[in-house]
Design a protein. Structure first.
Length: 134
């Protein structure tokens, strides 16, 4: 039997790019049922992540943080992949919190506006169908 690797290959993936690809000795994330920690010898694992902080410790012992939106975490072998719609990297937690609040609030406003426009389009389409039927 061979030893498991002593490091995790961490990858954070956004819809348009790979945000991070690095080695880690520990990954900490949050799912609906709470915060959890993954170490290199952890069993294979899948979790649905909630908007929260994702942190990891580099092999040099430095802790780094990402604020993430909802996502999926998959640990398979020595690889941990996090797929999320939005993520913001930050070292200073206070600054990261402010950045997240600003960026995620802007995204929420854009999504609300897009839903409103879509609803108007649906109403107009229905109105036209009704007019064609009469």
């Amino acid at each position: 039997m061979t030893d498991s690797p002593s490091q995790i290959r961490l990858k954070v993936v956004l819809p348009t790019k790979i945000l991070l690809e690095t080695a880690a000795i520990k990954v900490i994330a949050e799912a609906e049922n709470g915060i959890f920690c993954l170490l290199p010898r952890h069993i294979d694992f899948v979790a649905t992540l909630i908007p929260s902080l994702l942190s990891f410790v580099s092999p040099q012992g430095q802790e780094q943080f990402f604020a993430i939106d909802r996502g999926i975490l998959i640990k398979q072998g020595d690889a941990v992949t996090v797929a999320t719609q939005y993520a913001v990297e930050g070292g200073d937690l206070g600054l990261l919190k402010k950045t997240v609040e600003q960026q995620f609030k802007l995204l929420d406003q854009r999504e609300t506006a897009a839903r409103s426009i879509l609803a108007k389009l649906e109403v107009n389409a229905l109105r036209r169908f009704i007019e064609l039927g009469t």
